[in-house]
Write a protein that binds this ligand. Structure first.
Ligand code: GAL
Length: 432
């Protein structure tokens, strides 16, 4: 019998129970065995992510297409929850995990988010056998494996590499105002002063997480790669004068932004640049997937450069998929992971998503001009990790930074902000 039949039967039983209970009858519960449709033998995989639009959903769809061709007998359930950087999705996921209702597989960032949250919580399963059978150790970057491993166990399948420190700009606006693409923080501020005086919004900014994204890139641009890394391993003092300078730069950068940032998504903010309503936007390269989806042309409607001060540095993050402990259908979940880790899956997904493959053997010619340049930079730059997207700090540290940032955005008290950051490192990070 079809699932539809059982769902209809369930609906009738529930309705009857509700009516009886409303009438004060004793039979207020449908019989337990009738509340669940019996197993149909049909396999399905529920995959949870936050890719619901703006180029991201299209990337996911491309990978689902590969999955459907390879596994026509497994139903793919796309459980994506909207909201950039997973701010909403991760809250929904946490509730589901707490109540013992995990999706089969979900999106998690390589690094501390994965290790400090899902591995620490015993919520995901090691995948070493899969790495072995699929030969992934030969094709995944060596530098990535430690970020998804603990005690020799590998816990996720990375699908991509994204770059966080990208300055997107509107080439026409820069040209009209005779502004060269800035490479240092000072050049950037001088350019934005000029734009402001000309009546142009210099910087497009969105909701809170995009401010954290801006903060991490300005920290990197001011401190340089080594000292930036030191923030996360305890060798750079959060209370130092140089961190103060970085925070002042961040504060100054925000003065150039649109005033309605709190109500804009990352897509809204990025769109200001390609529509000619703002000159610059700092956003990860998923923005490029979005620009392409909007039909915008590279170098004509948008240009790109490393965030000022970060030339030669690639601030990275990686989306990966996991296998849940207690996955309702582990076999179907493994089928999904095989596609996520495959050359075919990654070549379908990444050119649309606006990321480069995690695998090292993808065909470069499938990618557009921007992503080809990202591949070159990934291979040659100094690589550091992103805060906002889970690489360098665990969830508790990141959430303390987020709280401090929220206060700072509303009260502008820089000394209090720095003190809160010092304390956050002491409470959840490596600072003593
Ligand atoms: C990041 C994620 C990217 C992209 C972005 C905006 O955290 O890694 O794949 O989805 O958020 O939503």
């Amino acid at each position: 019998m079809s699932k539809k039949f059982w769902y209809s039967l369930m609906a009738v039983l529930i309705l009857t129970a509700v009516v009886l209970s409303a009438c004060g009858g004793a039979a207020t519960q449908a019989p337990a065995e009738a509340t669940q449709p019996p197993a149909q033998g049909g396999k399905e995989v529920e995959v949870f992510s936050w890719w619901t639009g703006g180029g991201e959903a299209a990337g996911l769809e491309a990978m689902i297409k590969v999955f459907n061709t390879k596994y026509p007998d497994i139903k793919f359930i796309n459980a994506a929850v909207a909201g950039g950087a997973g701010t909403n999705a991760r809250a929904v996921l946490a509730t589901r995990l707490q109540s013992g209702d995990p999706p089969d597989s979900w999106q998690g960032h390589a690094g501390q988010e994965l290790i400090g949250t899902y591995v620490a919580g015993g919520q995901i399963q090691p995948l070493n056998d899969l790495y072995e059978s699929e030969g992934w150790l030969k094709v995944m970057p060596e530098t990535l494996i430690p970020l998804i491993s603990q005690d020799g166990k590998i816990y996720s399948v990375p699908v991509n590499i994204h770059r966080a420190n990208v300055l997107w700009y509107n080439p026409k606006i820069l040209e009209e105002n005779k502004i060269a693409v800035p490479t240092t923080v000072d050049e950037w501020f001088a350019a934005m002063d000029k734009l402001k005086a000309a009546g142009v919004t210099p910087l497009a900014l969105g909701e809170q997480w995009t401010k954290m994204h801006l903060l991490e890139t300005v920290l990197l641009g001011t401190l340089g790669a080594e000292k930036y890394n030191g923030l996360w391993n305890g060798t750079t003092d959060w209370g130092s004068a140089e961190v103060k300078t970085a925070l002042e730069n961040f504060q100054k950068a925000m003065t150039y932004a649109n005033t309605d940032s709190a109500s804009l998504s990352w897509q809204d903010a990025a769109q200001l640049v390609v529509n000619g309503d703002a000159a610059f936007n700092v956003m990860g390269d998923w923005a490029e997937g979005y620009f392409r989806e909007l039909g915008k042309k590279p170098r004509v409607d948008y240009g790109w450069a490393p965030v000022p001060g970060t030339v030669g540095v690639f601030q990275f993050l990686s989306d990966s998929f996991v296998l849940a402990v207690g996955a309702p259908d582990p076999e179907a979940a493994v089928a999904w992971l095989k596609v996520a880790g495959s050359k075919e899956g990654q070549e379908a997904f990444n050119p649309v998503k606006g990321s480069i493959c995690a695998r090292t053997d993808c065909d470069k010619s499938l990618f557009g001009e921007y992503l080809q340049s990202a591949m070159d930079d990934w291979a040659s730059n100094v690589v550091v990790g992103s805060l906002t997207h889970g690489v360098v700090a665990n969830d508790s540290w990141k959430s303390e930074i987020d709280t401090a940032l929220g206060l700072f955005v509303s009260n502008g008290d820089l000394a209090a902000f720095q003190t809160a950051l010092v304390n956050a490192c002491k409470a959840s990070g490596p600072c003593k």
